[in-house]
Design a protein around this ligand. Structure first.
Ligand code: G1P
Length: 293
């Protein structure tokens, strides 16, 4: 069944990048010249997603504005004949009715945020994309996962995974590795959210891209709080794995955690260097700072 819908949980407070996120949503932090949220929407579009569902919270209204028209801007650019800028705005404009916004009223966790989208998703498989994480690759991470799902051709769930150093496994959801399917996919054999140090079943972390069957919502409905006192998506996936298969996808591409200060800076350099129009200038600037004592 075609994956048509993607859920973007964007209610988080962004405490790791304060004070930038005091009055501005972390999803609007800019990597080069686009906000994070635009990157992940573009990644989803490229993967064939048709409906974009944002689970927002208070102070996140500007995300909705970003995907709307700005009439004053359009009119001024047109009057001044700024064609290149007009094209940039037109490129990012979503189709009418292709976006839905719903609110998570309290920060109860990722599992609860996804559950808030249940009625908009309905009874069909869907993607979950965490906007903190960008993957620099063509094709994008979600497109790779949807291709993997299509190849499997069975009702199943997929999670994007990536190796992390052993001393960091306690910061992530971690999955165990079962039977391998080709070089980049395996059956998931157990999952655990933020395992205490030294107890992780592997060093394969769950990253911010999922393809899930809608039965997850029934489990989330009664899901108890887990790690960090939050309703965890991973715990609900453990429940769903009792009756449905989960596959881990080792995607191609460089993953950037833009929700941390170091990761945010690194992503700006990586995405800047990937841009033909900016690469040379950026390299010269970096050289200058590297040489400075
Ligand atoms: C969430 C998930 C976790 C996953 C991580 C990836 O955790 O719960 O399983 O590994 O995203 O970024 P969070 O970063 O919200 O604590």
């Amino acid at each position: 069944m075609k994956i048509r819908k993607a859920v973007f949980p964007v209610a988080g407070l962004g405490t790791r990048v304060l004070p930038a996120t005091k009055a501005m949503p972390k999803e609007m932090l800019t990597i080069v010249d686009k906000p994070l949220i635009q990157y992940v929407v573009d990644e989803a579009k490229e993967a064939g997603i048709e409906h974009f569902i944002f689970v927002t919270g208070r102070n996140k209204g500007v995300i909705e504005d970003h995907f709307d028209r700005m009439y004053e801007l359009d009119a001024t650019l047109a009057a001044r004949g700024k064609q290149a800028e007009i094209e940039i705005l037109a490129r990012d404009q979503s189709e009418a009715g292709a976006m839905s916004f719903t609110r998570q009223q309290a920060p109860l966790g990722l599992g609860h945020a996804v559950w808030c989208a249940r009625d908009i998703v309905g009874d069909e498989p869907f993607a979950v994309v965490l906007p903190d994480e960008l993957v620099l690759n063509a094709p994008g991470c979600l497109a790779q996962m949807i291709e993997a799902a299509n190849k499997l051709g069975e009702k199943s769930n997929l999670i994007a995974v990536e190796e992390v150093p052993a001393h960091l496994t306690h910061q992530y959801g971690i999955c165990g590795v079962g039977k391998r399917h080709g070089s980049t996919m395996f059956e998931v054999d157990g999952m655990v959210e933020k395992p205490p140090k030294g107890t992780a079943p592997s060093n394969l972390s769950i990253t911010g891209r999922y393809i899930l069957q809608s039965e997850i919502f029934r489990i989330l409905e009664t899901q108890e709080r887990g790690a960090g006192g939050e309703i965890q998506l991973t715990d609900a996936m453990i429940g769903l794995a009792r009756t449905q298969r989960f596959y881990g996808v080792e995607f191609e591409g460089e993953r950037h955690d833009c929700g941390s200060k170091a990761g945010f800076l690194r992503a700006n350099i990586a995405f800047g260097m990937a841009r033909a129009d900016l690469r040379d200038g950026l390299r010269a600037e970096m050289q200058h700072y590297l040489e400075r004592k």
